[in-house]
Design a protein around this ligand. Structure first.
Ligand code: AHR
Length: 493
């Protein structure tokens, strides 16, 4: 029997803006996330610009990455910025105690990161050290980066950058409940208030302060922090990873059955409940939704690829990850009034990465391609959708078979994203448009014959977008045949 679903796109009742900063990327000093993946220094065998690989920077430009969060993660709360400025040969070599116990050469420091952000065309989101740094150290870092004059500005100039940089976003520590200091929310709130006091932007500039947020479903954390810190910050963060199986992550990134597929995708959809409840906790003190919920770490976390360095969190990325990305980006559309920034973890070679590298080789992951398909969502207006879909069930996991979201971009063009999570059956979606007329429709699809399909250095085009011709328009109705396990982005004309 044919499987059908209906979707109503309500262009007559437009919602909030789908903030471009939802597509923020995260680059931590972790494994080959920075060293090897982005930075090759003076290795002439890999084409680079001032140390950053041209292939990777080029691919990231293709995504229009709006913001990059750096240098962590857990790394941030042990990072001392002074060790990463000045002549590279004089910088201390440290041990990366969080990630694999390898040496951290401090070759990529503030100047190098800012250069990377500029090469990509992204804004900087700097995570400060609350864990084992002082308020003075943090205040001086902000001053070093942003001050137009003074001793620290002179030092910055001496180190090669006369002009102050813009630091639009500053994180007051990371995971203060865990690797950032094992704090209780009451204590974290007081510490955050103290550190936030000393983050000062020069006249005429603004540094948005992002408080370290909750772990998964710790709503008490969000309640206490919003109550105590809310007036001093611009955003509360939230970290949630999709971890099929149990913690610590062990599940294979590439070898899974339909039950594990369902568990993973249902896990990704849990973001809806988490954001709803954290946002409600914030509503108590901030009903106007001035304070952003910044989901600045999300994505899949599996066991790492066999043979890779322990602690490097290197994992392959399959068609399943493409669907995790589309389902999550659809969830963020529902919560666009509160969720103005999110960062998938992480940009290169770590967890649910956009890009994998090995020596000079590079491959774009299925997740990269989904991010590219959703690019028209940046700063577009969310159009509410009503979905009527059958469920998809495997084992104890049940989730809606169809996910959808829609936006109208600045040029007036409507884009509709549809995902079919069923790995075996096509679904015909009958889509009713209200408040928009479509003369025609085109689109892109990403899918593959197998749900475990991946892109490799030798076969980089197994899971890539292709032109989609399965949609028909008739007046105010679109009929779309969604192949099994696919993500489709439709552009209405
Ligand atoms: O992204 C990997 C780690 O996950 C980050 O360093 C930390 O913030 C989180 O626990």
């Amino acid at each position: 029997t044919a499987v059908t679903a209906t979707v109503a796109v309500r262009a007559d009742t437009p919602g909030p803006t789908y903030d471009r900063r939802v597509f923020t990327q995260f680059a931590e000093h972790l494994g080959n996330g920075v060293y090897g993946g982005l930075w090759v220094g003076d290795d002439k065998s890999i084409p680079n610009t001032r140390g950053f690989r041209n292939d990777v920077v080029g691919a990231l430009k293709g995504l229009g990455v709006p913001v990059i969060r750096w240098p962590g993660g857990c790394f941030a709360d042990e990072y001392h910025w002074r060790e990463g400025v000045g002549p590279q040969s004089k910088r201390p070599v440290k041990v990366n105690t969080n990630w694999g116990g390898v040496t951290e050469p401090n070759a990529v420091g503030t100047h190098e990161f800012m250069d990377l952000a500029e090469q990509i065309g992204a804004e900087a989101y700097i995570s400060g050290n609350v864990g084992n740094g002082s308020p003075q150290e943090m205040a001086e870092w902000v001053e070093y980066m942003t001050a137009p004059a003074g001793t620290l500005a002179d030092e910055r100039a001496k180190n090669g950058h006369k002009e102050p940089w813009k630091v639009p976003y500053f994180g007051i520590g990371n995971e203060l409940w865990g690797c950032g200091g094992s704090m209780r929310p009451e204590y974290a709130a007081d510490v955050t208030r103290r550190y936030a006091t000393f983050i000062k932007a020069p006249a005429g500039t603004r540094v948005m302060r992002i408080a370290s947020g909750a772990n998964v479903d710790d709503y008490r954390w969000t309640d206490v922090m919003t109550r105590e810190v809310g007036p001093m910050v611009d955003a509360m963060s939230l970290h949630y990873y999709t971890v099929p199986g149990s913690w610590p992550p062990r599940a294979s990134p590439t070898d899974f059955d339909e039950t594990m597929w369902a568990e993973t995708l249902a896990g990704a959809l849990r973001m809806d409940e988490l954001v709803t409840k954290h946002s409600a906790a914030m509503d108590k003190y901030d009903p106007q939704k001035r304070i952003w919920l910044a989901v600045d770490e999300w994505g899949t976390w599996y066991g790492q690829d066999p043979g890779t360095h322990p602690g490097f969190l290197r994992q392959q990325n399959s068609l399943r990850d493409a669907l995790v990305a589309s389902l999550t980006l659809d969830v963020f559309a529902k919560h666009a009034d509160r969720v103005k920034m999110t960062a998938i973890a992480q940009m290169v070679n770590v967890l649910q990465a956009m890009i994998l590298t090995e020596g000079p080789k590079m491959v774009l992951t299925p997740t990269y391609h989904v991010f590219k398909m959703y690019r028209p969502y940046m700063d577009a207006t969310v159009l509410p959708v009503e979905i009527n879909t059958p469920d998809f069930t495997r084992g104890k996991w049940t989730l809606p078979a169809v996910s959808a979201s829609a936006v109208r971009d600045k040029a007036g063009k409507v884009h509709v994203a549809l995902t079919n999570v069923d790995p075996n059956r096509a679904i015909t979606v009958s889509m009713k448009l209200t408040g928009v007329t479509a003369a025609g429709v085109s689109g892109q699809i990403i899918t593959a014959p197998k749900m475990t399909a991946i892109n490799t250095f030798d076969a980089p085009n197994t899971v890539v977008p292709a032109a989609f011709s399965g949609a028909r328009v008739s007046r105010d109705t679109l009929t779309v045949t969604l192949p099994s396990k696919s993500v489709v982005m439709l552009d209405l004309r």
